[in-house]
Design a protein around this ligand. Sequence first.
Ligand code: GLP
Length: 242
Amino acid sequence: MEVVIVPDARSGGELIAEAMAELLRRKPDALLGVATGSTPLPVYQALAAKVRAGQADISRARIAQLDEYVGLPADHPESYRSVLRREVLEPLGIGMEAFLGPDGTAEDIRAASQAYDAALAAAGGVDLQLLGIGTDGHIGFNEPCSSLASRTRIKTLTEQTRVDNARFFDGDIAQVPHHVITQGIGTILEARHLVLLATGENKADAVAATVEGPLAAVCPASALQLHPHATVVVDEGAASKL
Ligand code: GLP
């Protein structure tokens, strides 16, 4: 695992956007795995700036979703599909035909989960998966004690994650769904390059457990230690307990 400490979130975004641009130069139809949350926004902004400046060609790029709430209508403004359309696809000018995501509205979530794993495999697998990290060390929505070999499946959110995410639902935890569909840790580990971005001191404990702690399901992000090509990009706040 490579750890890169950057001065601030903006530089982290620039570094990762450049890695994506470089990948697209080598493989124009690369499948980019994207994450939601506040942390990756500087990456998407930096990539959009590169596209505008003619330094990145995303015209053939494909985008894959990491996780989704269960039970929110797909057009709900806080469904991750809507969030990614707003924050990634539209600014980059990528159409929904180049987008892969799990169906959080399916009657049969188990079948939808298996279908999503199959769709990722049929698309040739994720080339670069961008990850954020929860304060409890979760990646995607794989909460602590998720199996490190898990596949895409339904999960129940912890109270802490629902509290953390209430800010996207008018601060009202009652509106935060209890269930989600998430790429499993085993699924995530199949991406060819994993890039985890963490910024701010509130992520310092989770980052220390990921990078220096034991490989353990209690910190799902520690599974990155198993991956042959994992990069952890942290600002000084998030690196403060390393
Ligand atoms: C959610 C998402 C994760 C994300 C995490 C952290 O739980 N499912 O993919 O990494 O939030 O979000 P933030 O970057 O806003 O701290």
